[in-house]
Design a binder for this molecule. Structure first.
Ligand code: F6P
Length: 559
């Protein structure tokens, strides 16, 4: 047994779970008229209703004991103070420092990192103001009209999600495009829509070694030069965001056009750094600062609130409760806000790349569940697609419903209908509908025999847990707080599960094998190293690829 599963706090929770048996949320609500008040919390402009969960005051107390046993506060303080909590890469983890505008030092290995942080922020402001005001122009003297971010993973998902979420704050004359996939279709379709003279490429890569990003960036550069632009014009049209200055230079981007960040900023936690450059270009530096301020407000809450009133800690513990004591392997995130349509995709990397681990930080195999599969889609669309399974499927799927109480577009009855649906879904999932209730609702039905046969089909078990996360309105500040809420939830779960949430070794093997296979495409004699499936697929590709389109020049991509 692992340290965690043999711990007193784990045992107490297991016993409590057994004692709760099939307790129903309906009964819990009936027993406590003030359940909503007892199980809700507000912080940094975000309100969390967690009353529709299968838990009691005792459950929470036991979960809090588990959090204390895991030393959450010590780990949290270690992260905030720049200690190397990323043990397998021997690095500090300081995205929180990027959001701290107080005049305080944050030291990493004895050096105050804040002057460098402020210098990059100043450079970002200068540059983004120039582009947005039309002072920074393309090599032919025309204004920049399109910004293409080339990056993947954390160098794409965060900025892309935020730019979409804050679309109503976007510069009216700038279009934003995000190219991440190495699939040529992605960049080809974007290059069709932009003109070299008016396009700015932001090549975003922490390491500047990521193959997808470098292939896309090379294609963009070749396309740009093939338009007749001189080599010197690259400086007006290509900037880089990276920690790796030599690689940026080797690519041909002037260091003056590099926006720096540091190895203590994890890729999936990097939108607060210069990786947020597309965000600042899109919504302006003041709105970027408001985003950061919202996140900082959540940081202060996480750092200062007692665990019992600490929103990220509460969400983390509830998630742990379901994953480990109800066997819930997935977690749904349903934003009832169209602007947040990319939020689930962003969260997938944040959560699954952070906590998808099967050994603890000491390298011992865990005997409990760690990160869930995170998935989701905006409401109300999901209701007409997969909600059937939430209501009547065999799996228990805990869900977060994210809702904004005010809309940017108060059109007719849309917002009332949206929110009614959101609240109705959480109520339906919690209450369900018993066979008696279904039968009562059918009295008077002309065809009672058929109605009776349909009872099992029309019955809802209910007792399906949800959190409702309310923002007053989606603006830069509330979005910043929301993102930080999830970052700290993921961190807290990682600490409870004794894993390192800040490495991602699991992505390395596939990267290495892909390089090997790509080499085999060029020298087919190497193909023999593979299993028969991989070997067969490679052979089939080599035979059939020549039957498809021939390799296009970047000129023809553009046309
Ligand atoms: O493949 C995983 C990963 O390393 C992510 O953690 C990271 O966000 C992404 O690749 C992109 O990395 P980079 O910013 O170095 O190009």
């Amino acid at each position: 047994m692992s340290i965690l599963t043999r711990s007193p706090a784990w045992h107490a929770l297991a016993q409590h779970r057994a004692a709760l048996g099939d307790v129903s949320m309906r009964d819990l609500f009936a027993q406590d008229a003030a359940r909503f008040d007892h199980f809700s919390v507000e912080a940094a402009g975000i309100f969390l209703d967690y009353s529709k969960n299968i838990l009691t005051t005792e459950t929470l107390a036991l979960l809090m004991a588990l959090a204390r046993q895991a030393d959450i506060e010590t780990w949290r303080d270690a992260m905030f103070s720049g200690q190397h909590v990323n043990c397998t890469e021997d690095r500090a983890v300081l995205h929180v420092a990027l959001r701290d505008r107080r005049d305080v030092a944050t030291t990493v290995d004895g050096e105050d990192v804040m002057p460098a942080v402020r210098a990059v922020l100043r450079k970002m402001r200068r540059f983004t103001d120039q582009v947005r005001d039309g002072v920074w122009r393309g090599h032919g003297g025309q204004r920049i009209r399109d910004v293409v971010n080339i990056g993947i993973g954390g160098s794409d998902l965060g900025p892309h999600m935020v730019c979409d979420a804050l679309e109503s704050y976007a510069h009216p004359d700038l279009n934003f495009h995000f190219v991440s996939n190495v699939d040529s279709t992605h960049i080809a379709e974007v290059l069709k829509r932009v003109r070299p003279e008016t396009t700015l490429f932001v090549v975003s890569s922490k390491t500047f070694t990521t193959r997808e990003t470098l292939i896309n960036a090379n294609t963009a550069r070749a396309w740009f030069l093939q338009s007749g632009a001189p080599e010197a014009a690259i400086a007006r049209h290509f900037v880089a965001v990276s920690t790796n200055t030599p690689a940026v230079q080797a690519f041909g981007i002037d260091p003056a056009n590099q926006f720096e960040f540091w190895d203590w900023v994890g890729g999936r936690y990097s939108l607060w750094s210069a990786i947020g450059l597309p965000i600042a270009l899109c919504v302006g530096m003041d709105n970027f600062e408001a985003l950061v301020a919202g996140a900082h407000a959540m940081d202060r809450h996480f750092a200062e609130a007692p665990l019992e009133r600490n929103m990220p800690v509460i969400l983390a513990l509830i998630g742990h409760w379901y994953i480990n004591f109800f066997g819930a392997g997935t977690h749904l995130v349903a934003p009832y806000e169209q602007y947040l349509h990319r939020f689930p995709a962003y969260l997938q990397q944040l959560d699954m790349e952070s906590n998808g681990k099967c050994v603890d930080r000491d390298g011992a195999r865990v005997d409990y569940a760690t990160g869930p599969v995170v998935w989701g889609a905006p409401g109300t669309n999901g209701q007409h697609a997969f909600f059937q399974l939430l209501h009547q499927g065999t799996a228990l799927i805990p869900a977060d419903f994210i809702v904004c109480l005010q809309t940017h577009h108060p059109l007719a009855v849309h917002h009332d209908a949206l929110l009614a649906n959101c609240f109705a879904q959480t109520e339906a999932l919690m209450r369900g509908m018993t066979a008696d209730e279904v039968a009562a609702s059918l009295t008077g039905d002309a065809c009672l025999i058929d109605a009776h046969a349909l009872l099992p089909h029309r019955t809802f078990g209910g007792n399906r847990p949800t959190n409702t996360i309310c923002l007053d309105k989606l603006d830069p500040r509330s979005l910043g707080a929301l993102i930080a809420l999830y970052e700290h939830k993921v961190f807290t779960q990682g600490v409870i599960w004794r894993i390192n949430s800040f490495d991602q070794w699991g992505v390395e093997l596939g990267k290495r094998l892909a390089l090997h296979i790509e080499a085999a495409f060029a020298s087919p004699e190497q193909v023999a190293d593979h299993d028969s499936s991989t070997h067969g697929l490679i052979r089939r590709y080599l035979r059939r690829a020549s039957g498809g389109a021939s390799v296009q020049s970047t000129e023809s991509i553009a046309s």
